[in-house]
Design a protein. Structure first.
Length: 457
């Protein structure tokens, strides 16, 4: 089918996520055609390095024949098996076991979902059931971080603290509370790591005490805040927040949908922070985006409390596609690829990415560079001393994305002038260098925009 026909069909029928519907109709879709390794190609034949791994998810890179074969083999043998009625499939059982073996601490129980949003929703239901089992159903209040992202479902979008996910939806709910982000570049207490940790600890304690510790159920946090702008906390921050949760008998939920599966270096970012949460949510890199799947990791304590509380009764939570055998077969093969060199290459490529982005620090528009491993961001400003964001007229989320695209690079261009990077772990040295070179070209072109140039100090 001709690409212009696809564009018209898209305009008429396909609803896109997190988009201005009228704006999208006007601009039209860019149709992706093929991909291999870290390179994607659109319908016109234009090739780009995917510096964002799809949507933070194609960690292994595109075009692994062994993943395709794993899916095809499973489809031929057993394309579907329900987890209801005490039924199951070998791939799902094996994947749960392999994940539990590699998870931090006692996160030994795995509930499979379709993605990150319903993994977060599942934790809310499990946490409510947990406290009912303990005889403390009044613990029904949840806390998360400003600028955090925990999905786009009705419940998860309320835990998310980005205005676009609340506006027009009647969110957040009154049982969903927020404390300020650690956001080092723009933190009111300054950039000193210990001051930031102390401020966050004080904020969490204060919020718990205002609500009442006897009411607070859980604290949700990403080890690195992704959609909020790749906000990296100081070393020791997560551990300090975990200690507060323990002090007040509050469950800690680590949302590793973005950070999991080598994105920051190790298989799970919690490992770097020496933290074992009560729950951990994953998705994206779990199957490298080849098929939908998410997972909730549950601690022994939580699982046993729920199981004992239910006794002989069924626990009424389930999805038709939970533990899907094809997704599980893909997950097993992706895990094998990670441990057969991709994690190691990701660490090497991540160090090169960080060094390359740091080399852009002298650019007139670069105010901050931050990240860990293959998860990074640069924040653009027009005044480095005052940290003045790009003017709204510059429309960075569209203009910079388009410019990078034309330069052969896919990145995440946030509306506040933050550029996000999450390349596949398979990237070569030359591909990382090309990401940096094409970013510099994009920044130089942006600096020449009259509305940007006139605002630069």
């Amino acid at each position: 089918m001709l690409s212009n026909s696809l564009i018209e069909l898209d305009r008429a029928h396909l609803v896109h996520p997190v988009a201005s519907y009228r704006g999208h109709e006007k601009l039209g879709v860019r149709v992706m055609k093929s991909a291999k390794g870290a390179t994607v190609t659109d319908m016109t034949g234009h090739q780009m390095i995917d510096g964002f791994a799809g949507l933070w998810c194609v960690n292994a890179g595109y075009g692994h024949e062994s993943i395709v074969e794993a899916a095809a083999k499973q489809m031929r043998e057993l394309p579907y098996a329900t987890g209801y009625f005490s039924l199951g499939s070998e791939p799902a059982i094996r994947l749960a076991s392999e994940l539990a073996d590699r998870a931090p601490g006692d996160l030994n129980h795995i509930y499979f979902t379709l993605g990150g949003s319903d993994a977060v929703d599942s934790t809310v239901r499990f946490i409510r059931y947990y406290y009912h089992s303990l005889g403390t159903p009044q613990k029904d209040q949840f806390i998360s971080l400003e600028q955090g992202y925990h999905g786009s479902s009705t419940v998860g979008a309320g835990l998310t603290a980005l205005p676009i996910f609340h506006a027009g939806f009647g969110l957040p709910f009154d049982w969903q509370h927020k404390i300020p982000s650690h956001y080092a570049y723009r933190n009111p207490v300054g950039t000193d790591p210990q001051a930031i940790i102390a401020s966050s600890v004080a904020a969490l304690k204060a919020k718990i005490e205002v609500i009442g510790a006897e009411r607070v159920a859980a604290f949700y946090v990403e080890p690195i805040q992704g959609s909020g702008g790749v906000l990296v906390p100081p070393d020791g921050w997560l551990k300090a927040m975990h200690a507060v949760c323990k002090e007040y008998d509050v469950l800690l939920v680590a949302d590793e949908v973005i950070t999991g599966f080598g994105r920051t270096g190790p298989l799970f970012a919690c490992s770097d922070d020496d933290v074992v949460p009560d729950f951990m949510t994953t998705a994206k890199g779990l199957t490298s985006g080849y098929v939908p799947m998410g997972a909730v990791f549950m601690s022994d304590n939580v699982y046993n409390t729920i199981a004992d509380g239910a006794g002989a009764a069924a626990i009424g939570h389930g999805y038709t596609y939970s533990a899907h055998p094809v997704s599980a077969a893909v997950g097993l093969e992706v895990l094998r690829l990670y441990e057969n060199g991709l994690l190691e290459n990701g660490v090497k490529a991540g160090a090169r990415l960080m060094a390359g982005l740091q080399s852009l620090a002298d650019h007139p528009l670069v105010g901050d560079m931050r990240g860990r491993g293959m998860l990074a961001a640069i924040e653009l400003v027009t005044d480095k001393q005052k940290k003045t964001p790009l003017p709204a007229a510059a429309d960075p989320s569209r203009r910079i994305f388009d410019r990078a695209w034309d330069n052969g690079l896919v990145i995440r261009a946030f509306g506040n002038g933050v550029l996000g990077y999450a390349p596949p772990l398979c990237c070569t040295d030359s591909e990382i260098d090309a990401i940096i070179e094409r970013t510099r070209m994009t920044l130089d072109q942006t600096l020449e925009d009259p509305d940007v140039r006139s605002a630069v100090a």
